[in-house]
Design a protein around this ligand. Sequence first.
Ligand SMILES: *[C@@H]1O[C@H](CO)[C@@H](O)[C@H](O)[C@H]1NC(C)=O
Ligand SMILES: *[C@@H]1O[C@H](CO)[C@@H](O)[C@H](O)[C@H]1NC(C)=O
Ligand SMILES: *[C@@H]1O[C@H](CO)[C@@H](O)[C@H](O)[C@H]1NC(C)=O
Length: 470
Amino acid sequence: MRRGTSNRILYSLFILVVVTFFVLTINIYTGPFSETGHENEITPASPILPKSSEMRRRRDLSLKEAWLKKRIQKSTQSRSQFNGIYVREAYRVSDEEIRFVYLENQDNNMNLQAEIPKLGWQPVEWFCFNASCYDYLFCSMATRFGSIRLPQTSSHQPYIHLTTERSDEYTVVPVNDVRLRPSSHHYPHTLGVCLQPIFFFTDWTVIMQFFESWIAQGATKFYFYLHSYTWQTKKVLDFYKDSLGDGLELLDWSDLPVHARDKGMYDRDPNSRVFRHGATAFMHDCMMRARSVVKFVANTDLDDLPVSSTLNLPDALEKVSTRHPDAAQFKVDWILSHQPQHWDSIHNAKDVNFDLQSVRVLKIENIRWDYRVSKKMFHRPERVMHFDMHSVYRNELAGEKNQQYTTIEMFDNSDLYFLHLRQFERHLMNPLPVEYNNSFNHSLLMKMNTRMLDQYTKRIDGTEFAVEQV
Ligand SMILES: *[C@@H]1O[C@H](CO)[C@@H](O)[C@H](O)[C@H]1NC(C)=O
Ligand SMILES: *[C@@H]1O[C@H](CO)[C@@H](O)[C@H](O)[C@H]1NC(C)=O
Ligand SMILES: *[C@@H]1O[C@H](CO)[C@@H](O)[C@H](O)[C@H]1NC(C)=O
């Protein structure tokens, strides 16, 4: 496939929508009504409260807020039913705790309950993303963080039963055991990547560049969350799945279940109120999934090119973590760059040559302020709790010290950084004409390109994939 005009993309856009539900709807609750709001009300942030008793209080607080809202708006709002809470999977993060992310209406006041061995049905503790229980813009389907406390000695159960208050049905949710082995844990992988959900995706050659650049520098584990994509993209993913085996996990991240007649309606279709296909929920789900499996995990987009001066990311990360044994993440520069492409010469996979020599780094003054200061991170999955693409809101407590694991800033560090490769990004720059940074050392990118091409040539050698017209 040639990538050129948007028209051509439109013609070739044949979206495969993943049909597996990303979630289970817990309970069809038909009792008293709760209201859903259209407004964008941001409540003042309050601190994230760690202790369970305090979490309960937090719940009470937000209940009060919800009530307040209701009373103010009663006359103008229409009523709608409790639509459900959306859960995908849960994680046994420690002997005493199961955690999961879920989505619910921001003013839902129905509590979740979990069935705990010996204790029976217990309320699920929860808190809100970044301590703000109301989402931005019109994204009123909010991501919540649920926590289930277990008695110390509970053996691992691969499932947990969840329900809501006042319901007599429950849902079975799988629980992945991601606990570290006490003393001398062995990670099957040193470096892995959580990739932002793929939705309405057509740009298949970028996926190859993404895989080969990470693999060339030592990554061995990839988590791809898939929403919707073209058949060309599917071919590329199938090819890498064959090639990488367990090193690539393809995870369905489809729309939330909704009745056909409600599709697209702001009030009735939860998908119309989810921020970026559940990006916040995705990144926390992925980071929990990677616990105990991968030692360092980057949470990135397809157009983020990692650069290590030795072309060995695991080695660079191991070194800096030896210097900082209590680090939860390493924050590095994320530098806006141009990567012009010549797609018209690409007729099949064999024609892809990455072209990193054409990458140009922008002069810092030409980058819009917010992009100039934004950074990207490599995390230790068991140590981070609560974060987004560029910031950390909360890390786990470090051992007995009652202090959070730390964030190490590695700015202006030529040993480790990301290039943010963009093709169409005028709005990210200050007034034109744009100037490039000519002191950027391109020889490293050339070396990386050579390594990528070598391994890629071997990978596709003799396969049908190499020569098929796309
Ligand atoms: C997180 O909370 C802080 C403090 O209220 C706020 O300034 C920031 O914009 C919030 N970030 C996100 C991503 O909501
Ligand atoms: C250009 O790149 C070099 C090396 O990457 C960096 O140290 C310098 O600050 C950059 N200069 C500008 C103006 O962006
Ligand atoms: C550029 O990077 C290469 C490593 O790829 C290194 O050998 C060379 O010394 C660097 N050049 C400068 C001017 O720093």
